[in-house]
Design a protein around this ligand. Sequence first.
Ligand SMILES: Nc1ncnc2c1ncn2[C@@H]1O[C@H](COP(=O)(O)OP(=O)(O)OP(=O)(O)O)[C@@H](O)[C@H]1O
Ligand SMILES: [Mg+2]
Length: 319
Amino acid sequence: MPEVIETQQLTKTYEGGYFARQDVHALKSLDLAIHRGEIFGYLGPNGSGKTTTIKMILGLIFPTSGTIRVMGREDIASADVRRKIGYVPEGAYYPDFLRGEEVLRFYGQLYGLGGKDLEKRIDKVIDIVGLGHARKRLVRGYSKGMRQRVGLGQALLSDPDVLILDEPTTGLDPLARKEIRDILASLRDGGKTLMISSHELLEVELISNRVAILYQGQLRTCGTIDELLTDRDTTIEASGLTPEALEKMKQAGISAEDVVNGRGLLRVPKTMSLYEAMDACRQAGLAIGSVAPRRETLEELFVRIVGTARREELASATA
Ligand SMILES: Nc1ncnc2c1ncn2[C@@H]1O[C@H](COP(=O)(O)OP(=O)(O)OP(=O)(O)O)[C@@H](O)[C@H]1O
Ligand SMILES: [Mg+2]
C-alpha cells in the first residue's frame, strides 16, 4: 500500500524580488513519508519550512523541484485528491458575522455539497468537534478553542482520509488543548492520518506516533517517539536522606540531587536494576515517594537536535 503522503527530494526556493533581494531556500531535498493511520508531528523552529511543506502538499504553491505523492498519486492538484485532504490553517479567520453552523454550511457549499447531505454532514461534524451547544451562536463570541473547533469541523466536512493541521493548539488554555488533543486522537483511532505542525512539544509528544524535526529547510531527524527519545537514568524521589543515608547511597553507586530537609531525587544508573536500587534504599532506611523512568522529553530532543544544527551552521560559516 502506498504511503499516505510521500515527498522525494522536495525543494522550494522563494525567488528574491525587488524587496526581498535574496532567494530564500525554504526547503532542501526533503524526503518524507507519512504512514496510514498515524499522527505525524512535523516540528522545527520558526522559518524552518513547515508551512511551506504543507502548502506544497496541498497544491497551494508549487515545488521548485522534487515530487509529492498523496496516496500514491502525483496529480495532487486534482479535485479527487484534494477532497481526501482536510486542512486546518494556522490562525484561521472565519467570518464572525456568521453562526458556527453557517460557517460550516458556507464551506460545505464551497466543497460542492448541498441539500440534505450537507445538513447531515454538518450535524455529524458538529458532533465530532463538540460544538453542539454553540452551533447557533455567532462566531464573533467564540473563544479561541471554539474557533479551532470550527476550523477542525470545516476540514472534516468532506470526510477526508488525511488531516493536516498547522499549529492546532497555539494560544489555547490547557483544558481546551486537551479537548482538541482528544478529538485528534479519536480521529486517528477512527482510521484517519494526521500531520500536525506545532511548537507545543508536549502536545506533540502526547499524541504523535512519529515526529520529524526540520531545521533551515533540511530534515534533521525522523522516527517514532520511542526510537528518538533516549532512555536515561531512572529517578527515585526519597525522604530520610540523612548524611549517613546519603553516604550509604553513594557507596551503593546511587547519587542524590536537590536534597532539601532530607527529601531529594536519587539517580539510579542504567546499569543497576530497580530491585537493587530499592534494596539499597531500604537498607539506608529511606522512604520512597515515587519512581520515574527518566526518558528524554521531546522538548529536550528538539533543543538537542536544533542546537547541534545551529552549532554546525556556525562552524561551517566561520570555517
Ligand atoms: N511567500 C514567501 N516568499 C518569500 N519567502 C517566504 C515565503 N513564505 C515563506 N518564506 C520564507 O521561507 C522560510 C520558511 O518559512 P515557513 O513559513 O515555511 O516556516 P515555518 O516552519 O512554517 O515557520 P513558523 O514556525 O514560524 O510558522 C522562511 O525563511 C520564510 O521567511
Ligand atoms: Mg508556519
